[in-house]
Design a protein around this ligand. Structure first.
Ligand SMILES: [Zn+2]
Length: 260
């Protein structure tokens, strides 16, 4: 199991020294945050430092459930662009969000649009040697919008309809209130990446594991993943507005070995 870092965790500024420090701290790869101003330069910096490169596709303003065809065209273009960039580096994995229905009454029609667009983007990803990973989200507690996916059942259904693999965000799952071990077992070989962070089980705080209330530290996570034969990356996705890179690299949850 490899240790990876989401570059969202670093904020907007990254240097060659930062990338070296990440590599020296035992990280095998980094997930580029496509919405960062420097995302393209970050790809090159990471590759130069000997880090594997994955991608978190952009999602703000790119709602896969949108009824606007014009927005749908922008979604296709932006994803094509980024999948192509990752393809130029030899491919890898790319994480995508599903978006939301404007109102929960529109869930059915909006859900069909999410499935259609995901199928299309997955086909584009295939062309660039990229594995598209659909990430679990946190439901809207108002039940005003409907977020895709809002439950593990809905997630599994969309994964199967779109032939996408799963990126499991442990923090999102904790806020949803679904059990981690059972969810990992249900995902089985659909699970291709894990976003790892902690929170107070109410909000998506992206704390370092052990600093929140979920009781899932590195050891607990690795045990569950190993029991289910998981061999993909564990991607630390940590709040850059709470922690510095040094905080992250020195934290016991990060210095812990994944393969003891
Ligand atoms: Zn995530």
């Amino acid at each position: 199991m490899e240790k990876w870092l989401s570059l969202w965790s670093m904020g907007q500024t990254k240097t060659e020294q930062d990338m070296k420090a990440i590599r020296q701290a035992g990280f095998a790869g980094v997930e580029i945050w496509a919405e960062h101003h420097s995302a393209e330069a970050d790809m090159a910096l990471a590759a130069d430092a000997g880090l594997k490169v994955g991608l978190h596709l952009p999602f703000h303003d790119l709602n896969l459930a949108t009824p606007y065809e014009g927005v749908g065209t922008v979604i296709t273009e932006r994803n094509k662009y980024w999948l192509g960039k990752l393809g130029e580096l030899g491919g890898g994995h790319a994480v995508i969000h599903g978006g939301s229905a404007w109102a929960s009454e529109d869930e059915e029609d909006a859900g069909a649009r999410v499935v259609g667009r995901l199928q299309q983007i997955r086909a584009l990803a295939d062309e660039h040697n990229v594995q598209l990973l659909f990430e679990n989200q946190i439901p809207d507690k108002l039940n005003y919008m409907h977020i895709f996916p809002s439950s593990v059942d809905e997630w599994m259904s969309i994964l199967d309809k779109t032939q996408t693999a799963a990126c499991l965000d442990t923090g999102h799952l904790a806020v949803l209130g679904a059990p981690l071990a059972e969810t990992v077992a249900r995902l089985g070989n659909r699970l291709a990446s894990v976003h790892f962070s902690d929170n107070d089980m109410k909000g998506d705080l992206h704390q370092l594991p052990g600093d929140g209330a979920t009781q899932t530290g590195t050891r607990e996570l690795v045990k569950i993943l190993k029991e289910n034969g998981y061999q993909g990356p564990v991607v630390f996705e940590i709040n850059p507005y709470t922690y510095t890179l040094a905080d992250i690299l020195e934290h016991p949850s990060v210095t812990a070995q994944l393969d003891e």
